[in-house]
Write a protein that binds this ligand. Structure first.
Ligand SMILES: [Zn+2]
Ligand SMILES: [Zn+2]
Length: 369
C-alpha cells in the first residue's frame, strides 16, 4: 500500500492477460529522495509492453507498462543532482552503474537488469501505484511505467535532451529505436561494402536501416510480410526488399548472393534460420526480437565457417550517448523517425495496440495532452 502524500494521475492498466488496457485514475506515491517525477508528454508503444499483456514476459498483473517515455521533469528528490524541474527528458532502461557490465560501458547487460526493469516494485519492495480501491498496482516497469500522465523515474534511466527537439516524438528512442540503431552502430558496425539483411521492417528494423544508411551501407535488404512497410524501408535506405509471404526468404537471400550480417527483429525461427543459412563466411546474425517460439535449428556444418548468432539487448548502448546522437541526426534530417509514428491520445491506447498488431502503424505513440 502507498503511504500519504500521493497524487492522482491517469494511467493505462493491464489487468488481464490478453485483455485490453483500462484507462483509470490511479494514485502515484510520493517521491523517494533518489527519484524524479516526470510529467509525461508522450510514450511509445513497444512490443515489450504487449509481451506483458500476452504473457510472453510473465509479470504479475495488474501492471502499468510503458517504457518509452518522453516528458518534462516536474520535481526531483532531495538526493538527485544534475537534473532540474523543466528539463526535457527521454526515459530509457535502468541499470545499476556498478556491476562489471555497467563499469565496462555495457549497461544493457547489467547484472541487475531484470531486478531494475521488471520487478514491478521499488528495490525496497514498496509499490509506486495503487488503484481507486487502494489496491497496489505493478509499477516501476523499466523504472518508469510511463503509460501514465506522470511517472517516477531515477537518474540512471533519464536522458536529458536538447530543448529544440520535438519532445512528443522522442520517447521511442528510449527503447525500440536505440535498439535497432545501436545494434548497427555499436555491435555490427557494417562498412559500405557489407551486405546487411534486416528481418522485420518494424520500428527496430527501420531504425537499423536508417542507421546503416547513415554509415553508407550500399546493400541493405529488408524482409517483411507487409508491402507498405517494404515500400517505406526502401524510402528509408533499403536497396532490396523481400516479401516473406510471396517469396521464400532463404531462396531470395541466396539469389542476392548471400549476406554478411543479419538483424532479426521478428523472433520467427523460420526467418532467423533463413537469415543464418544465407550468411557468408564469418557472417553474423543478431537476434533482437522475442516471440512465443523460442527454439532454433542451426546446421553445425554451416556454422563452423566462422559464423555467429548472438543476441543483443537495447542495442548494447550507453543511452546517455546514443539518444542525444540520434536526436542530433534526426534534427539534421538523417534519422527521419517521424516517418514511423502515429499519435494516439491515452484514451485510445487500445486502438494504438490494435494498429500496431495489425501492422497499420509501425510505432504508435500515446500522448497525454
Ligand atoms: Zn549494472
Ligand atoms: Zn521496448
Amino acid at each position: 500500500m502507498i503511504e500519504s502524500g500521493t497524487m492522482e494521475i491517469q494511467a493505462a492498466v493491464a489487468r488481464k492477460a490478453h485483455g485490453d488496457f483500462t484507462v483509470e485514475t490511479v494514485k502515484l506515491a510520493d517521491l523517494a529522495p533518489d527519484e524524479v517525477l516526470v510529467r509525461m508528454v508522450a510514450t511509445g508503444v513497444c512490443h515489450t509492453d504487449l509481451s506483458v499483456v500476452e504473457g510472453i514476459l510473465p509479470l504479475p498483473l495488474p501492471l502499468v507498462p510503458g517504457h518509452e517515455g518522453a516528458g518534462v521533469i516536474e520535481r526531483v528528490g532531495a538526493d538527485v543532482r544534475g537534473l532540474a524541474p523543466g528539463d526535457p527528458v527521454v526515459l530509457t532502461f535502468s541499470s545499476c552503474g556498478e556491476c562489471p557490465s555497467c563499469t565496462d560501458n555495457h549497461p544493457a547487460y547489467c547484472d541487475h537488469y531484470a531486478a531494475l526493469n521488471f520487478a514491478t516494485r521499488r528495490p525496497d519492495g514498496s509499490a509506486t501505484l495503487s488503484d481507486a480501491s487502494g489496491h497496489a498496482l505493478g509499477g516501476v516497469f523499466f523504472s518508469q511505467s510511463s503509460f501514465a500522465t506522470y511517472a517516477i523515474a531515477t537518474p540512471k534511466n533519464i536522458v536529458k535532451v536538447r530543448a529544440d527537439a520535438p519532445l512528443a516524438l522522442l520517447g521511442p528512442l528510449g527503447c525500440g529505436l536505440s535498439t535497432g540503431a545501436g545494434t548497427v552502430f555499436n555491435v555490427l558496425k557494417p562498412t559500405p561494402d557489407t551486405t546487411l539483411a534486416v528481418v522485420g521492417a518494424g520500428a527496430l528494423g527501420m531504425a537499423a536501416i536508417m542507421a546503416a544508411k547513415i554509415l553508407g551501407v550500399r546493400r541493405i535488404v529488408a524482409l517483411d510480410r507487409v508491402a507498405s512497410r517494404l515500400d517505406l524501408a526502401r524510402e528509408l535506405g533499403a536497396s532490396d526488399t523481400i516479401d516473406t509471404l510471396a517469396q521464400d526468404p532463404a531462396e531470395a537471400l541466396a539469389a542476392l548472393g548471400g549476406i554478411d550480417q543479419a538483424i532479426d527483429t521478428s523472433g520467427v525461427p523460420r526467418l532467423i534460420e533463413a537469415a543464418v543459412g544465407a550468411l557468408r563466411t564469418r557472417g553474423t546474425c543478431v537476434l533482437l526480437g522475442a516471440s512465443a517460439q523460442t527454439d532454433l535449428h542451426l546446421n553445425v556444418m554451416q556454422m563452423i565457417g566462422g559464423k555467429s548468432v548472438r543476441g543483443v539487448v537495447n542495442g548494447d548502448c550507453e543511452p546517455g550517448e546514443l539518444i542525444p546522437k540520434l536526436i542530433d541526426l534526426h534534427m539534421e534530417g538523417r534519422f527521419p523517425m517521424e516517418r514511423l509514428v502515429d499519435y494516439y491520445p491515452l484514451r485510445d491506447i487500445n486502438r494504438a495496440v490494435a494498429d500496431s498488431r495489425s501492422g497499420r502503424v509501425i510505432k504508435p505513440i500515446v500522448t497525454f495532452e
